[in-house]
Write a protein that binds this ligand. Structure first.
Ligand code: MYA
Ligand code: JJ1
Length: 388
């Protein structure tokens, strides 16, 4: 069934529930001199390129490929539309390798037709912190699908990751592959219900009118938590401590240092936003919430071309109740013009999703590790990792 994935060091379906298999790496690292030194062969019309994302031209080509060919929902009504600024942020974290930004061009025309990326990340699995590659933005042009290009691209990114002496990876996909460490549900909180219904993102509920629906999702104009404010650069040490302490609760989670928090959490306009609660009396940082901006193109609607979506990222509550904290996140997202606030059922998100009027979507997200076996599938609430 999975001619490619059956050959890879990943958990296999036949091994699910085999408690004799140990937890940990599936294969051992080899000496770097034994890692293949030349790129894998592509079909003759194509050639590899390393994408220089610092170049505006390169960035534009990647943006165009993804805008027209990246992930869609099951009915092809929406397609992820990562912005250029977002791609630059996602692809250049601390310690990134340019060699992990891989493109495929048509030799004759130089057209970019496929892409895959990795970025380095320290990820803790139970008690062990492992440097991994987070693999994302795998994309093959619509006209070149089902030609087995994806396996070659995955093998090539694996080779380039190995050349940096890194032997594990984490990735997510909307499709089921061998084998998920957990499967998460997408939840959606309408902020602009009229537009969501107009574009087919959601429907009027039974016995609901448009005006009742608008009233149902109405939010206050202002946040309610005293000391709730945008994160600033001087907050990096306190936010790092808060996040590190919180992420200990999960079986799989990133191991963020201050440089990571600066990169991943510091607000960046139209890319990522972070808010925190500073206690008015002690000036302690007690709570934190963040979300990233990922619009979707609306395919074939007369009146609207983009859906502005916020995606819940990392949130920590130690003092402000979860419902109040995340309701304030919804309020600022609404104020900033988002149409919908999306979240997965990871970490403690289940404690607020239903009560804050999120509804389950029709999409699931499967999480995977490469070359690392877990003895059991995790519950989404045991996962402390959000990939972009
Ligand atoms: S997930 C987002 C993926 N992108 C999209 O969904 C965008 C729209 N779709 C496309 O561009 C294409 O359909 C893609 C497949 C490129 C997805 N992850 O070339 P093919 C397997 C992994 O004929 P195409 C993200 O970015 C499939 O099961 N494998 O197919 C994370 C089959 O193998 P097998 C996938 O449709 C990516 C084979 O590919 C995926 O033309 C993580 C068919 O190849 C998928 N999303 O192209 C990548 N979809 O026969 C893994 C299909 O065995 C990283 N396939 O079933 C692993 C870690 C690597 C680093 C390791 C370091 C140590
Ligand atoms: O956004 C998604 N679904 C939406 C739109 C569905 C349109 C028809 N297929 C959805 N809307 C319902 C919202 C409603 C609001 C009021 C309360 C009740 C709910 O369900 C889905 C997620 O649910 N998104 C996708 O399908 C996109 C792909 C998801 C897989 C992602 C792969 C990630 C790549 C890895 O990097």
């Amino acid at each position: 069934k999975h001619k490619f994935w059956e050959t890879q060091p990943v958990g296999q379906f036949k091994d699910l529930g085999d408690s004799s298999l140990p937890e940990g790496p599936i294969e051992q690292p080899t000496p770097l001199s034994e890692v293949k030194q030349e790129p894998f062969n592509l079909p003759t019309p194509y050639e590899w390129i390393t994408c220089n994302m610092d170049s505006d031209e390169m960035c534009n080509e990647v943006y165009a490929l993804l805008t027209n060919n990246y992930v869609e929902d099951d009915e092809s009504m929406f397609r992820f539309n990562y912005s250029k600024e977002f791609l630059l942020w996602a692809l250049r974290p601390p310690g990134y390798y340019r060699s992990w930004h891989i493109g495929v061009r048509v030799k004759s025309s130089k057209k970019l037709v496929a892409f895959i990326t990795g970025v380095p990340a320290k990820i803790r699995v139970r008690d062990t912190v492992i440097v991994m590659a987070e693999v994302n933005f795998l994309c093959v042009h619509k006209k070149l699908r089902s030609k087995r290009l994806a396996p070659v691209m995955i093998k090539e990114v694996t080779r380039r990751v190995h050349l940096e002496n890194i032997w594990q990876a984490a990735y997510t996909a909307g499709v089921v592959l061998p084998t998920p460490i957990t499967t998460c549900q997408y939840w959606h909180r309408s902020l602009n219900p009229k537009k969501l219904i107009d574009v087919g993102f959601s429907r009027l509920g039974a016995r609901m009118t448009m005006s009742r629906t608008i009233k149902l999702y109405k939010l206050p104009e202002q946040t309610v938590t005293l000391g709730f404010r945008k994160m600033e650069p001087h907050d990096i040490p306190a936010v790092t401590r808060l996040l590190r302490n919180y992420l200990k609760l999960f079986v799989v989670a990133p191991d963020f240092d201050e440089d990571d928090v600066e990169h991943w959490m510091l607000p960046k306009e139209n890319v990522v936003d972070s808010y925190l609660v500073e206690s008015p009396d002690t000036h302690e940082i007690t709570d934190f919430c963040s979300f990233y901006t990922l619009p979707s193109s609306i395919l074939g609607n007369q009146n609207h071309s983009t859906l502005k979506a916020a995606y819940s990222y990392y949130n920590v509550s130690t003092k402000t109740p979860w419902l109040q904290l995340m309701n304030d996140a919804l309020i600022v997202a609404k104020k900033n013009g988002f149409d919908v606030f999306n979240a997965l059922d990871v970490m403690h998100n289940e404690t607020f999703l239903k009560e804050l009027k999120f509804g389950p979507g029709d999409g699931k997200l499967h999480y995977y590790l490469y070359n690392y076996r877990l003895k059991n599938v995790l519950r989404p609430s045991e996962l402390g990792l959000v990939l972009l």
